[in-house]
Design a protein around this ligand. Sequence first.
Ligand SMILES: Nc1ncnc2c1ncn2[C@@H]1O[C@H](COP(=O)(O)OP(=O)(O)O)[C@@H](O)[C@H]1O
Ligand SMILES: [Mg+2]
Length: 233
Amino acid sequence: MTQFLTITSGKGGTGKTTTAINVGTALSQFGRDVIVVDGNLHNPNISLHLGNPMLPITLRDVSKGTNSIRQAAYQHPSGLKVIPGNIIDEIEKQDFKRVEHSFLDLMGATELVLIDTSSQPHEEIMNVAGKTLVVTTPDLTSVTDTLRTIKKTEEKGIKVLGVVVNKIKGKNELSVSEIKAMLDRPIIGEVPYDEKVEESHASKHPVTYLHPEAESTQSFKRIATNLIGNANQ
Ligand SMILES: Nc1ncnc2c1ncn2[C@@H]1O[C@H](COP(=O)(O)OP(=O)(O)O)[C@@H](O)[C@H]1O
Ligand SMILES: [Mg+2]
């Protein structure tokens, strides 16, 4: 059975897209069948992180109803299967709904669909998955936003599988145990601030692929392992 999981956050820049592509890459390295989809339809992010290949079929074709979303998937050199978004003016507003509905057509196409989202994801996309992983940074503003987001998300009936604390520097910030106490949700991952993430971003590859030995890579692999245990819940 295909599992769907969104990656969300309270505010932008916490590392949702970074988490989606790196956890996705780690899972595919573990031999799992996973597709990372850009659910950030108004302001696509995945291509900013993985490059912008010329693809024969894109979400624009899906939005017009001429192709299935399964045909819009491609394989990044890292081995990760990806469905990138399109820039906003390429998809007309009335066709967005068709794209959002089409996410469900991935049912049966893979083991896990990881949907990267914007900070204000559409309800439709959240409902497709029904569960989410929330990414926060360890500063008070981000954690406070995260708390609000978790409450709002759960009120809408979406399960919060857990929290990823990203860009941990280890000083002048909240500790993971303080964050756990504030949010009262499972911490599924702790990722250090790592310049290799920025460097990999600039060269359009997941750090998990480019720097297998990096500390951040080890963290993303641990999150992937945790997810394998949690995804069926
Ligand atoms: N663990 C990390 N260490 C260093 N830089 C990071 C880390 N995680 C993300 N970044 C950087 O932070 C910026 C925002 O990350 P991104 O994943 O695009 O956030 P979001 O999708 O939540 O807006 C990017 O430049 C990314 O390379
Ligand atoms: Mg993003």
